[in-house]
Design a binder for this molecule. Sequence first.
Ligand SMILES: NC(=O)c1ccc[n+]([C@@H]2O[C@H](COP(=O)([O-])OP(=O)(O)OC[C@H]3O[C@@H](n4cnc5c(N)ncnc54)[C@H](OP(=O)(O)O)[C@@H]3O)[C@@H](O)[C@H]2O)c1
Length: 269
Amino acid sequence: MTDGGATDRALAVVTGASSGIGAALARLLAESGHDLFLVARRGDALSRLAEGLAKTNGIDASFLAADLGTPEGREALFAGTEGAGRVVSILVNNAGFGLNGPEAELPLDRVLSMLQLNVVATAELTHRFLVAMRARRAGGILNVSSTAAFYPAPYLAAYGASKAFILSFTHALHEEAKKDGVTVTCLCPGYTKTQFSAVAGMRGAEGTPFPELTADAVAKIGLEALEKKKAYVVTHPLDRVWIASGRLVPRSVPVKLGAAVFSKTRLRQ
Ligand SMILES: NC(=O)c1ccc[n+]([C@@H]2O[C@H](COP(=O)([O-])OP(=O)(O)OC[C@H]3O[C@@H](n4cnc5c(N)ncnc54)[C@H](OP(=O)(O)O)[C@@H]3O)[C@@H](O)[C@H]2O)c1
């Protein structure tokens, strides 16, 4: 664990680091010698991860238990890093969740909480850290979207739209920021073995036509894409194929196929 002071190592901030892809990203960043600032709501999971990674990799790892769906949580993240004079080299906006089901049957408060986290937190944190990185002409931001970003996704409508926002915003900023020495990259995973499906109230990849990867594989692909200064990366080759094929047919086709799949994946009624 750390006292939060400056070291010679680059500092990486990872949101949603208490499980899944975020925890895998934190592990890889620690292995490549980054100090870590980990954020999510479950402080106990963050504490265990930070302590283990600090010990194993000889880095400093601190954490903040915060709800990034709130302005206070986002302010606490910024205040604990750049606001405290800690230079952030890499920001990973990974915290997010989905909701599967007909929009009219989803609890509105959950939909709005999802948009606050997936859209508002990603936009606000990207903006605030981009300002700091641009002033230094150095830094990287990795925003986690989804393959659900590429076409409207019935029965994952608000989730897909939130991820479409992230992809569009991030790709646009990639173009703007590269002349300022800052890399902004979008990671678009397909099905990944994490708690995501359970939280979204949906079955996993089995029974769908989609491939599945581990969180470790997805994290590695994301960090490689950032390193190579890519605008975005789709993690599985088969996902790249259906995304490209969808552009060759009327837009209604992938939307109807999405409806056929995601109308059947819902777990709870
Ligand atoms: N798994 C997939 O199939 C898949 C596919 C495409 C995209 N993605 C995207 O990948 C990202 C990571 O998800 P995952 O698959 O790793 O699922 P996960 O295991 O459920 O991880 C989600 C992370 O987000 C954090 N989080 C949720 N609400 C939060 C809040 N209000 N404030 C702060 N942190 C919050 C969770 O921690 P706490 O609960 O401790 O707050 C957790 O660390 C998400 O953006 C997701 O949309 C996942």
